[in-house]
Design a protein around this ligand. Sequence first.
Ligand code: GAL
Length: 632
Amino acid sequence: MMRSLGVCYYPEHWPEETWAQDAAEMVAAGITWVRIGEFAWSRIEPEPGAFDFNWLDRAIDVLASAGLKIILGTPTCTPPRWMLTRFPDMLAVDAQGHPRGFGSRRHYCFSHDGYRQASAAIAEVLGDRYGHDPRIHAWQIDNEYGCHDTILSFSDAARDAFRTWLAQRYDSIDALNMAWGNVFWSMEYRSFDEIDLPNLTVTQPNPSHELAFRRFSSDQVVAYHEAQVTALRARTDAPLIHNYMGRVLDFDHFDVGASIDIASWDSYPIGFLSDRLEGSAAHKARYVQQGDPDMQAFHHDLYRAVGRDDRWWVMEQQPGPVNWAPHNPAPLPGMVRLWSWEAFAHGAEVVSYFRWRQAPFAQEQMHAGLKRPDNVAAPGLAEAAEVGREIAEMPDIALQRAPVALVFDYPSEWAWATLPQGDGFSYFRLMLDAYRALRRCGFSMDIVPSSTSDLSGYKLVLAPGLATIPAALSAALRQTVALVGPRSNAVTEELAIRVPMGPDLPGLDVTVTRVESLPPQGHRPAAGGGTVQHWVEDLEGSARTLFETGAGAPILKSDGTLHYLGAWPDETLWERIIHDLAKTAGLAVQTLPEGLRLRDTATRRFAFNYGPESVDFQGKTIAAAGVAWWPV
Ligand code: GAL
């Protein structure tokens, strides 16, 4: 598979006279793909039913004539103002009951039937016009489902659709009452029509009610998305793509990905470090101009799993300072190249920069592009062009199956967000900690969904925090060396404690008899080094104890190949545990300099130095923000 570069471009933002030169400069920079159209609804359909394709036809013509391949976006994340006049009740509603008003984007509710039909209709119109146009090489559906916290909507449309969804899932109201335990606090319903959304309650709503609402909300995204997939599939053979975001977890990306061809995501490493990652002040200071060393790779591996046949892209790559995080420093020189190469090393087919030129107006005027608002090259452009030259020399990277896999499951995120039992218990954070620990030991990884039933190709599999373990997966975990826990197979699908108590896995005599969440000042030392933080469990059973707390309580038990971890380890303890597991699995652990990360393909080892100083590794000196590769 050839690797190539792309860029996001908004012809409607610029005078038409500039398009041809922009296109020529893109090509000169080694760019192959250009994404257009995803916010242009008010220009495509200025009045309901009155379309203006002239400008778009001309833009497509100019870009394609320069040799660029076009990705056309459906503009449904920016419904124009007239849509609100047509459907005054289409707005998403927040948990406090406030409508999320017009004047930015993503203001629609996924459950609004009228808007869903209008979205399918604009996809049909675009598909009719451009579906067989050979200049359109791919389609992007909508833009970043879930960005700006837009999945959970507490609208009347959502309430009505939720009742229908519940009636289908539970069949009878008695079954729902029983499944949720509604006898507790006299919450029993007499009919599905009595059930409201789980917001504005006096205190915590029933967790089963909330989890059901989260499942429903994810299903609504899938249904909304599939309406556009259906519209486009009938009109084009070009691949369909969606661009996901980083740490947006309110819908099941595997379910959305099932009906399209390529997963893509929008990678803003420095924004993410500032905006949506835990971490000590020292960690954030060290990586302030690079981004967290594991956040990007984690999403690369996750979205490779979401994409059909491992097909995935970076649709938007940060090219300089962004505008939306609490603080927006510039990347260290070299980071734009590093991020791009890290994506390719994880199997990305395309890395596309956001955006071509910084807009001197509106919400993102402070967001860098490859070019400045005055059309002078910004620093990111030279790095992008360098990557363009480099990939021309290394068109394929020979992706291979990794030795280690991590199981990722969106409903587990919803379960623990619903019932955290301690501030800071986040499934995503637990997974990223596990991923980081494995990467610090030099491993390349695959991420697999919890629907997986064959793990035989992996030497080591980790499934921390997996709220409910499906039977097929628990059988597959026996094919290899595996670790589950903490909080794995602890609850039913309805978010009720399992009885007999978990993890209840075949062959592993371990029972979690009590759990505790720990405040930051209450962490506990582990015997032999490291600390237990956030979460610890009492483990009983005859399985062998491999690690314990300083006070002698078991925290890791094993029957030889299957391990149960009853604690949330800090970095030191994770590292000790990984060393132990790797030994059992027959895998070699490496000691990496701080900030260095590796990625192995079938033919090459790539090394990425996220640190602010150069490092020496395996006979090579890798500069700060530097990338190196060599044959394996
Ligand atoms: C993404 C979005 C883009 C742009 C970008 C700015 O979330 O898809 O449209 O807003 O962020 O960083």
